[in-house]
Design a protein around this ligand. Sequence first.
Ligand code: PHE
Length: 496
Amino acid sequence: MANENKWGSNIAFVLAMIGSAVGLGNIWRYPYVLYSNGGGTFYIPYLVAIITLAIPLLILEYGVGYNYQSSFTKAIIKLKPKLEIYGWLLPVGIFLMTIYYSTIIGWDGIYLFLSFFKGWGTDPNTYLNVNLLQATNSLSGLSNFIPFIAVFMLIGWFFIWIISRRNLDEGLGKVCKIFVPLLFVVMIVIVIFSLTLPGAYIGLAELFNPNWSLLWNFNIWMAAFGQIFFSLSLGMGAGFTYASYTEDNVDLVSSGLYVIIANCAFENFSALGVFSILGYMSLQSGIPVSEIVSQGTTLIFVAYPQVFNILGTIGFILGPMFFFTVYIAGITSMLSSFEVLSISIQNKFNLTRRKATKILCLIGALASMIYATSAGGYILGIVDVFINNILIIFSVFVECILFAWVFKAEKLIDFMNKRSKVFKLGKWWLWHVKYLIPFLLVIIWFGGLKELLALKTTESMIVVTVLVALLIIFSVIFTRLPAKSEEWFKTEERIK
Ligand code: PHE
């Protein structure tokens, strides 16, 4: 059992981290965020977010995770025993995110299935909203359960169960070693094909056309920071957890950098593909690109099927390839968000990997059924804003204070620098994690709060209240339940 939770190699760690980072956020979220926040201009806040926030924070998470070699919760207890409840708040919050993530994976599963016979018909927009989701823009749709969606969501949970229950390296490690490289290969094929389509240049010109006046707009900065958090699975315990499973000789600084480069290359590359296709569509239909993209986050379930329709026979090949890529990207990300709570309960209640996986998959699958109703899409939108803009940012702020100040980030420097093949950590790094990042987080948090309050309706506030209640209730329960393992209060430190 000794290596139930260990990577077999450092390559497995890096690939699993890339698998976590490259997900739905890269394929459906990023192209739209880039386009609607100034196009070419967006690269300035985006690069600033990578340099000031992503690189220093990812390295900090990896370092502390490596040091404690345990779940996020257990590390928090070691740092501040009184804060156990916070140690559960993040894993429970990420578990709630995992539940809604499984919904989009379910939708994608449906489209993968439909793509073999273009089952979305000639009007993909009506198909998505009316036939499939039967979407109501309120909670009234809760009573309308849609079994077809439920089945595909359960298939997603089944994959998570099958993969996660195995020993880490044989399950998660193996899946990432095979599918993460495949993900890149298939995406490269799709994008190269898209770039050769007539009209591709129309889409690309529209995408990159900078709008410099937006540079002074607070919202595009918020969007850039939000995107970097979500896309890199930053501050969500995933990097912490994966790094805690590494071998002693791992080079965490280089690994972090590879993950960031791979993730950002992937999302920018997929944006090229998406906009070339939109350009092609615009040329065919005469509708300007700006009108086609206004469908926002449903882009991949509406615009793509439309293109596969126009493409005729090639659509039958490209369609399944595309939805398969999204599926793999989604599953490898969901595996990592699932892992955060799973390892915490394994540690505290002395459960095996198998048992923890079974319990959490059952609870998760059951809870996710709320999204298989007509109100699913509506609730998902609110939960997304709340978790990403409020909970995560708050949690990363606390994490930063605990890791940089209480743990003392300086303890990591020598250890990290000895192994680093790329660059060395120095005063600049400490300055970032101790002062700059907490300061930025406060600003981002208030920006997020503004966005949440803008939702305003009574129903959205009901959803937020229920979420907060669930978060608190589960965190309190996990904190109060007595530990079943002697080890729970003993945490070894690897870095002396
Ligand atoms: N990084 C993933 C994406 O881009 C989302 C994610 C966040 C996954 C946190 C796991 C943990 O889609």
